[in-house]
Design a protein around this ligand. Structure first.
Ligand SMILES: NC(=O)c1ccc[n+]([C@@H]2O[C@H](COP(=O)([O-])OP(=O)(O)OC[C@H]3O[C@@H](n4cnc5c(N)ncnc54)[C@H](OP(=O)(O)O)[C@@H]3O)[C@@H](O)[C@H]2O)c1
Length: 251
């Protein structure tokens, strides 16, 4: 049956695959036929994602994405790739007066520098096929402020700016580079921010709905858009930030 979203035969590297949005992207991509390389620091959690994936030929390669040695090894062991989902990220909320160089570097290393390093390596012809599609998980925080979010917002703004330059530079190689910008999505990152994974209070749910008309999002609702961008259904899209924000920026 004709399916323009098919990822059959495509090999895709997913960072942040041990949790939340990255895990959902891996599971959704596997349902569409992709074979996956899953990475994140926690091997047990990666095994959990692997078990939830359908199909075969997947691999897990655990490690710290901020280590250059690890990233070199990851790309060398991933075989020639058709796509990348960069979902690794951290979101420290740091009031302005407590911002330190260490915190800035830590945040940028995960949210931005490692993404650029991976794309840089993948741009070598031996590591990517053509067509190739990279999808970076940015955030609405690239465009709107949150108190305590100056460092996080800056890291996502940098990511969203970088995809435009990468898209222009890498298009002759058949490589597309886009980002997806979610608003508040119910993942372990969000659960940590609100202090646990218990049932959300009615008050919090109502407060979120005031800021994003469709309420709190789910990881699968981000993953389906990521898979669209990985697939040939989006073959004329590059250098674009796609909002998956439940209407947040429409307010
Ligand atoms: N949830 C939201 O509301 C929301 C909204 C907008 C954007 N986002 C963005 O979406 C992305 C995924 O977030 P999420 O909500 O799914 O968060 P999450 O559940 O906390 O997942 C974060 C992922 O990043 C990986 N990671 C963090 N530091 C790493 C490191 N040094 N090396 C390798 N992997 C590392 C983690 O793996 P290990 O712990 O196993 O290393 C984990 O798989 C992030 O970039 C986040 O900024 C999230």
């Amino acid at each position: 049956m004709y399916n323009p979203m098919s990822l059959e035969g495509k090999r895709i590297l997913v960072t942040g695959a041990s949790s939340g949005i990255g895990a959902a992207c891996a599971i959704e991509a596997s349902k569409l036929g992709a074979s996956l390389v899953l990475t994140g620091r926690r091997e047990d959690a990666l095994k959990g994602t692997l078990e939830a994936c359908t199909g075969s030929g997947h691999a897990i390669i655990p490690g710290d994405i901020t280590s250059n040695l690890f990233v070199d090894d990851l790309i060398a062991r991933s075989a020639v790739l058709d796509g990348l989902v960069y979902a690794a990220g951290i979101a420290p909320m740091i009031p302005a007066r407590y911002i330190s160089e260490d915190k800035m570097l830590e945040t940028f290393r995960v949210n931005c520098f490692a993404f650029l390093r991976i794309i840089g390596l993948l741009s070598q012809n031996k590591f990517h096929k053509s067509p190739f599609s990279a999808v970076a998980i940015s955030s609405t925080s690239a465009f709107v402020g949150v108190p305590g979010g100056a460092v996080y917002c800056a890291s996502k703004g940098a990511m969203s700016a970088s995809i435009k330059a990468l898209a222009v530079e890498l298009s002759p190689k058949g490589m597309r580079v886009n980002s997806v910008c979610p608003s508040t999505i119910r993942t372990p990152m969000f659960e940590r921010e609100v202090g646990g994974n218990a049932q959300l209070s009615e008050g919090l749910v109502a407060k979120i709905r005031e800021k994003q008309p469709l309420g709190i999002g789910l990881p699968g609702q981000v993953a389906s858009v990521v898979c669209f961008l990985l697939s040939e259904a989006s073959s004329f899209m590059t250098g674009t930030d796609v909002l998956v924000d439940g209407g947040k920026l429409a307010l």
